[in-house]
Design a protein around this ligand. Structure first.
Ligand SMILES: C[S@@+](CC[C@H](N)C(=O)[O-])C[C@H]1O[C@@H](n2cnc3c(N)ncnc32)[C@H](O)[C@@H]1O
Length: 298
């Protein structure tokens, strides 16, 4: 039987065939290629979506997603797990600030940096703040890409909730953020929100000077194709759900996108197992550096 002919109307548990059918629908609806992600993790996410909306089957879920843009937006966010915050894992950003950025700036007068899988932009703007503190923001370029258009929209808007700023050093908070006041707008009916635990948090607006130096793009990492372009690629907390094969392909692509001597910065649970074969050496915990001659893989 062809996948197109398989109905998900009675399906609450995804066996192998039902999973392939679901993956096809998800690809049509969101552009995400679920084959690159670990099936067990994706099944758990899909199951949580079904339970959250109290739907009786995946067939019903697909029909809702086709006709309800707000639900589709929420679905994309859940599938791509887009949690983020400024200075996520502060000691790593200390290391970036203290050791890695000065090394990059020695070799490059106009650094080009990519936040790959940038979510709502906290990571890209954290880097913009560090570049500013080194006095090189104006001659640097920061690109932020993500597959989820809703998070890219938030990155461009650059309004952040207090909880997303909890690691921002006080002097930077004062220099770069203003609490939002004034008339409510369509995106945020109120400049504050109430959390499920009853606490209230304020919305902050980022300094437009930082916004101007970060460019956001909607882009699937599995289709990106940069060549020797970046001094630093920050790809953190993105690959957790990728299959081993997808990770290998991704890191090979990221290496091609690096200038010789450029760095890759990964998340606290991420390791590039075949680093040596890709021409990478360990520069510091969670930082890899591309040696000048690269052996390509893939
Ligand atoms: C957990 S967030 C990490 C955000 C940020 N890097 C950080 O560490 O705070 C993971 C992001 O990766 C994005 N992502 C997942 N698969 C992707 C793909 N194939 N292409 C581009 N972005 C992807 C998700 O949409 C999500 O916004």
């Amino acid at each position: 039987m062809k996948l197109d002919q398989v109905s998900l109307d009675q399906t609450r548990e995804l066996d192998d065939v039902a999973y392939k059918v679901m993956a096809k629908h998800v690809h049509e609806l969101t552009g995400m290629d679920l084959n690159q992600y670990k099936a067990n993790q994706v099944k758990r996410l899909l199951d949580s979506v079904l339970r959250r909306h109290e739907l009786d089957s995946y067939g019903t879920l697909i029909r809702h997603l086709r006709k309800d843009p707000a639900m589709l937006r929420d679905f994309k966010g859940r599938m791509s797990i887009n949690v983020s915050e400024f200075f996520r894992d502060p000691p790593r950003f200390d290391q970036l600030d203290r050791d890695i950025l000065p090394a990059i700036l020695k070799g490059s007068s106009k650094p080009v940096i990519w936040s790959a899988g940038s979510s709502i932009g906290c990571e890209a703007y954290t880097i913009a703040m560090l570049l500013d503190s080194h006095g090189v923001l104006g001659r640097s370029k920061v690109i932020a890409t993500d597959i989820d258009e809703e998070v890219v929209r938030r990155g461009r808007a650059a309004d952040y909730w207090e909880s997303e700023l909890r690691n921002v050093p006080r002097d930077m908070l004062e220099s770069y953020f203003d609490p939002v006041s004034g008339l409510p707008d369509e995106a945020y009916p109120l400049p504050w929100r109430r959390n499920p635990d009853g606490t209230r948090e304020t919305l902050y607006r980022l300094d437009p000077r930082l916004k101007r130096n970060v460019t956001f793009k909607i882009e699937d990492l599995f289709h990106s194709d940069y060549r020797a372009h970046f001094d630093l690629i920050v790809c953190r907390n993105v690959t957790i759900y990728f299959t081993e094969e997808a990770k290998r392909g991704l890191y090979a692509r990221l290496c091609r996108a690096l200038k010789p001597g450029g760095y890759i910065f990964v998340g606290g649970t991420e390791i590039i197992f075949n680093a040596d074969a890709l021409g990478l050496e360990n520069a510091a915990p969670f930082f890899y550096r591309l040696r000048s001659a690269t052996k390509e893989e893939e």
